[in-house]
Design a binder for this molecule. Sequence first.
Ligand code: ATP
Ligand code: MG
Length: 419
Amino acid sequence: MEIKAIRGFNDILPDEIGKWQFVEDTAREVFEGFGFSEIRIPIIERTELFSRGIGEVTDIVEKEMYTFTDKSGNSLTLRPEATASIARAYIEHQLYTFDPVAKLYCIGPMFRYEKPQKGRYRQFYQIDAEVFGVENPMVDAEIILMLIHFLKKVGLEKLELQINSLGCRACRPRYREELKNFLTKRSFQLCEDCQRRLHTNPLRIFDCKVETCQEAIADAPRVVDYICDECHKHFNKVKEYLGMAGLTFILNPRMVRGLDYYTRTAFEVVSYQLGAQNAVTGGGRYDNLFQEIGGLDVPGIGFAIGMERLISLLPKEKEFFRYPHLFVAALSEEAYREAYQLVNQLHLQGIRTELDYEGKSLKSQMRRANKLKARYVLILGEEELKRGRAALRNMEDKSQEEIPISDILNVIKGKVKGV
Ligand code: ATP
Ligand code: MG
């Protein structure tokens, strides 16, 4: 029986990979420019890192984690997100001793046991950025500017930045109570999950995708109306700094991010491209996470971008696939020896060169060069070879010229820019 990939786990094939590399390269370039450094964290961690860090009463921890017991009886989990692990690494390696401020990013796969559908997979990729050790709202605006700059740079359009404040440990409990009172009167409208959330974590109900729950919560009290003075000040500063950075935003009082550890600033970037609304990325401040996992008092803020969703929004007209620069067609035994040498030489210089390994006819070699969309074909014919020359054919305009074989490297470098 043929073995297939697990549902919700995708292969990223060569015809797609150019987009992924482009997105990752752009992220690295932009983030490094903003002073961020890459960090790579394990794919598996102790389960309690996530249950404590993300919060027991969240969708991720309640339903979506890939948790298993290893041969020593440890409960381990495939990482569902990166922030908790990055915070763990910061504590474990005492990165704060060098400088309390850490600006880190991470690119890689995450795992969540969700119902696979378009834009929702069980293994998916995130680009993640975090700033630890800064409470100043300036950094909230700075990281949002970096995010928007990156999204524009990869070619996304019609972006909308939505922000909200979720309050802090001091003021959120009062809001929770208000929300709970409000929703208790409408609990008959709530789905089974939300009936439970009403008692455990009523803020989660904002995230529920069931229509009657959304109706029940439509006129609910807004968290921004309940936040304390300190949170208000922070939020006003964030708005001011966003304005100074030239960013426009809308306030979305109903945006409550899916993880428990968020405090104060929460943000999402929505794309209205293709008419459909799409949460490509979200993030926020989490001033309590470090307390939960390491007993440290370190503020943090970060975001995570879903790469599959981002890639589905890339400009359609842009070409990401790398076609061969050159196809070498050899027409005799002697020509093949020459071709072999030539191809090696070109490869060492980074020129994408293809060759026919089968000794086929010129016609068939040209057909393959065409199919591979090679930009040029170098035809090594017996007669020309004796004179140290070969025909170079431009596959686009079909023009052909004869050149000295020894010149091929310079000629092709001149023709394909950026090599
Ligand atoms: P959603 O409400 O869509 O479930 P989320 O709040 O769970 O999103 P986050 O945990 O904030 O998402 O992750 C950040 C980004 O990661 C999302 O905006 C989305 O682009 C992407 N993402 C989240 N879960 C998945 C998934 N199962 N498959 C693909 N991308 C995902
Ligand atoms: Mg989710």
